[in-house]
Design a protein around this ligand. Structure first.
Ligand code: H79
Length: 447
């Protein structure tokens, strides 16, 4: 027998369940309007991408003849007419796709992303969609195609950067980010047709592993176009990974405006996030495209950027801008090689790991895999640094990665104390392996 009160509760429960069903139906139909079910990139594919942790971004184009910023310097540092004619003298005769890919591999990078088309509209492959492409330069070689082939040959994932805005295309309503009086009505449906044609070429000819979209913030681009293009791409290759800049909204968080698989903080290390996949894109110097004497990051800055990114559970897409002759600068290639040297020794603490459980800071970051926490020490600020305690978890053993044992003290209710030697084994980032009695990947994040 039910009491009146229980009866009331049951009624309420039923009503709540009914409401939940209705809400989930509404949610489902909203979702269905956005993306047809079953076409989202699978978790297994995204997990494989996130395991790679480190990739190379390459910003290259006729603008390297001026050494100013790609896209953005058009109509500011370089007059528009001058910028739009640079392709006529673009001849990177020392371009060697194998050398670029080797630089990426020697750095320990697992993927390469090339600017097939930046905001200036120039296409680095022989597209049938527009004459403003590499075949109309004195160079006349398919940069995208040669790079795709070199990546395949050397066993590294090949990816394509493609912006959804084009200040050069008459159909696109915005013709300058610096001068809104140049805006025209344009013809967005036709423009979207053009980019679909270009994407079809890129996807079917070069089989990219990932597409890195950009330019989504300008007004003409809408979420509806993004959903349409996402579905179109997936009809050509259901496994291609797509960053969140195909959709609208913020780079660093998903929202109802988002379309795409992962978040894209730019020029900063993303915050620790165990739920959403993310990749920070950061330049080795300051400019995306090559700039003479651009200030280059130190090895310490480069490596700590990578370690903090992995420590926050993200990937790093590290950018190089090759010179107008097609070569990457020797000093940049050397810096990348130094990063690769570190990764050869300590790569187990980066590739295929998860970030956390500690938040990265200026002194240390942590990554984890199975029963291990990799503690990355940037600086010996104290002889016996303290770590927040790990409730219910026992550290069985501690040692430097490929190195000697580390002594430590762990008590139930106080911070973990690590005994550091007078000199850390690595000047840039030393890795301590903490072997736990439980799976480290299950530990909730500790502030
Ligand atoms: O391709 C690279 C940038 O060109 C592109 N995204 C990365 C991957 C990008 N498009 N827009 N933005 C970045 C944000 C705009 C930043 C700007 Fe600026 C600040 C534009 C003008 C001032 C950066 C700094 C570009 C020129 C100076």
């Amino acid at each position: 027998m039910l009491t009146a009160r229980q009866h009331g509760n049951n009624k309420r429960t039923l009503a709540m369940a009914g409401l939940a069903v209705v809400l989930s139906m509404i949610f489902y139909s909203v979702q269905a309007q956005q993306l047809a079910p079953g076409i989202k990139t699978s978790k297994a594919v995204i997990d494989g991408f996130m395991d790679k942790r480190f990739g190379m971004f390459i910003h290259f184009g006729p603008v390297s003849l001026r050494g100013t910023e790609i896209g953005w310097s058009r109509g500011s540092e370089v007059a528009t007419e001058e910028y739009d004619n640079l392709y006529k003298e673009f001849n990177p005769v020392l371009f060697n796709a194998d050398a670029w890919v080797k630089a990426a591999k020697d750095a320990g990078m697992k993927y390469v992303t090339i600017t097939a088309k930046h905001h200036d509209g120039f296409c680095e492959w022989p597209t049938a969609a527009s004459d403003y492409n590499i075949m109309h330069t004195p160079f006349k070689k398919d940069i995208v195609g040669e790079l795709a082939a070199a990546c395949k040959k050397q066993g590294i994932a090949f990816c394509i950067y493609f912006t959804v805005l084009d200040w050069h295309d008459a159909d696109y309503p915005v013709h300058s980010p610096h001068d809104s009086t140049k805006n025209v009505p344009g013809n967005m449906p036709r423009f979207v047709g053009t980019i679909k044609k270009e994407l079809k070429e890129l996807i079917t000819q070069y089989k990219p592993y990932m597409l890195w979209f950009d330019g989504n913030w300008e007004k003409p681009w809408t979420k509806e176009y993004a959903v349409d293009v996402y579905q179109y791409i997936k009809s050509l290759d259901k496994n291609v990974i797509i960053n969140n800049r195909l959709g609208k909204g913020e780079h660093i968080a998903f929202s109802s405006e988002s379309v795409g698989d992962y978040l894209t903080p730019e020029q900063k290390v993303g915050a620790l996030n165990m739920d959403d996949p993310w990749e920070s894109c950061i330049t080795i110097c300051n400019q995306w495209a090559w700039k003479p004497n651009d200030e280059m990051k130190s090895l310490k800055q480069c490596l700590q950027t990578l370690v903090k990114t992995a420590g926050g559970n993200g990937n790093l897409l590290f950018n190089v801008g090759p010179m107008m002759d097609g070569r990457m600068e020797a000093r940049q290639v050397n810096r990348l090689k130094e990063m690769g040297g570190w990764l050869k020794k300590y790569g187990a603490s980066i590739y295929g790991t998860k970030g956390g459980p500690y938040y990265p800071n200026e002194t240390y970051a942590a990554t984890r895999k199975g029963n291990i926490i990799y503690l990355h020490i940037f600086e010996r600020k104290a002889a016996t640094p303290e770590l927040p305690l790990l409730p219910g978890i026992k550290i069985i053993k501690a040692h430097f990665l490929n190195g000697p044992a580390v002594t430590f003290k762990q008590e139930t209710a106080s911070p973990i104390i690590i005994d550091l030697p007078k000199e850390l084994p690595d000047a840039v980032s030393s890795v301590i392996v903490l072997e736990l009695d439980k799976n480290a990947e299950q530990i909730p994040v500790i502030k």
